[in-house]
Design a protein around this ligand. Structure first.
Ligand SMILES: [Zn+2]
Ligand SMILES: [Zn+2]
Length: 172
């Protein structure tokens, strides 16, 4: 489902907070190691069960906006350093360090002063509900939004056979 205008604006505002925290984490790592790490590009492309992912070869960080919204401060203070630590480790050791190995744990503890947690406690986005409808020729999957319109009295017809669409009752 495409984002509305206000959702897009909110994501842009939230992304600037993410970027500021990513840069802050990089600054800490620069000071700790006495080098300048290459900054990563950040986005809210992450979906599903992961709070964030570090794409090492692309030097890209993807964050889950659904989870960010639940608790922005907790997200900024845990998920962002977790992912930046992956990038730091990769820039120092290339592919020679394990994803959550001792190098990554050391960055979490010594650079960021955090427990090297591998898991997050954010709620996972719900699976999209689908509602099945049928006509004379096939079944149609309706989104929640379309199904709600039917409940309000909107009638949909199949484009192929032109017959009205009827809900398939799943129980009995
Ligand atoms: Zn990780
Ligand atoms: Zn049909």
């Amino acid at each position: 489902m495409p984002l509305t205008q206000s959702e897009m604006t909110q994501q842009k505002i939230d992304l600037t907070r993410i970027e500021a925290q990513v840069n802050h984490c990089f600054d800490k790592a620069d000071a700790f190691f006495g080098v300048r790490f290459k900054r990563s590009h950040s986005s809210f492309k992450q979906r599903g069960k992961a709070a964030g992912t570090a794409h090492l070869y692309k030097n890209e960080l993807r964050f889950n906006h659904f989870m960010f919204e639940q608790n922005p401060d907790a997200f900024l203070n845990t998920v962002v350093p977790h992912e930046v630590a992956h990038i730091i480790v990769f820039q120092i050791y290339a592919a020679n360090a394990k994803p959550h190995g001792k190098e990554w744990q050391a960055v979490m503890k010594k650079v960021f002063g955090l427990l090297p947690d591998r898991t997050h406690t954010f709620d996972v986005p719900p699976l999209k509900k689908a509602y099945s409808y049928y006509c004379l020729c096939q079944t149609h999957e309706f989104s929640q939004r379309r199904h709600n319109r039917v409940l309000k009295g909107v009638e949909y017809r199949c484009k192929k056979c032109a017959s009205p669409l009827t809900r398939i009752e799943k129980h009995k």
